[in-house]
Design a protein around this ligand. Structure first.
Ligand code: CMP
Length: 159
């Protein structure tokens, strides 16, 4: 299995907020460590937090399923997940990596299963919030495109 994004050692997961729909200011330091959000000010991170929920996924749960419509975008905050594509090698995504963007960008079905490897914690943003974020944060859109280009190169090199 190859690795995409930073790995994370086995440790207790970050705690889920009591109301997962309220991602408060205490999360901003965690969000500032996500490569996708690099360079964003606390004010901008606060805007992202307003659009986001924090969700915990039990080990082995299928976070997104191949063929399903895309409803949310995910950023792994803790733990790791496996991207499982039919007939392809699986890939590991570590803390800080994102997934679920493809179905939202091109309005097509999910291209792969993404499965929690051990318990995992993710920030999720719904379709409307994701579109809003891409419009409002060109730096973030650029960072997302850079990662997509790197993933495309890696996928081509693996053929
Ligand atoms: P989406 O198609 O919405 O749902 C499955 C997700 O798996 C996909 O978005 C990407 O985020 C991720 N994914 C699919 N293929 C790859 C790949 N080759 N490398 C990294 N992530 C991938």
């Amino acid at each position: 299995m190859s690795q995409v994004g930073a790995g994370s050692a086995a440790h207790a997961l970050l705690p889920v907020p009591s109301d997962p729909n309220r991602v408060g200011h205490d999360w901003l330091d965690t969000l500032s460590e996500v490569p996708l959000f690099e360079g964003l000010s606390k004010r901008h991170l606060g805007r992202i937090a307003k659009l986001a929920r924090i969700r915990r996924f039990a080990s082995g749960s299928v976070i997104v399923r191949t063929g399903d419509p895309g409803r949310s975008f995910y950023v792994l905050l803790d733990g790791s997940a496996k991207v499982m594509r039919p007939g392809r090698r699986s890939l590991r995504l570590g803390a800080g990596a994102f997934f679920g963007e493809m179905a939202l960008i091109d309005d097509s079905p999910r291209s792969a299963d993404v499965v929690a490897e051990g318990d995992a914690l993710a920030l999720t943003i719904d379709r409307a919030g994701f579109a809003k974020l891409l419009r409002a944060e060109p730096g973030l859109a650029q960072a997302l495109l850079r990662t997509l280009a790197a993933r495309l190169r890696a996928a081509e090199a693996a053929v």
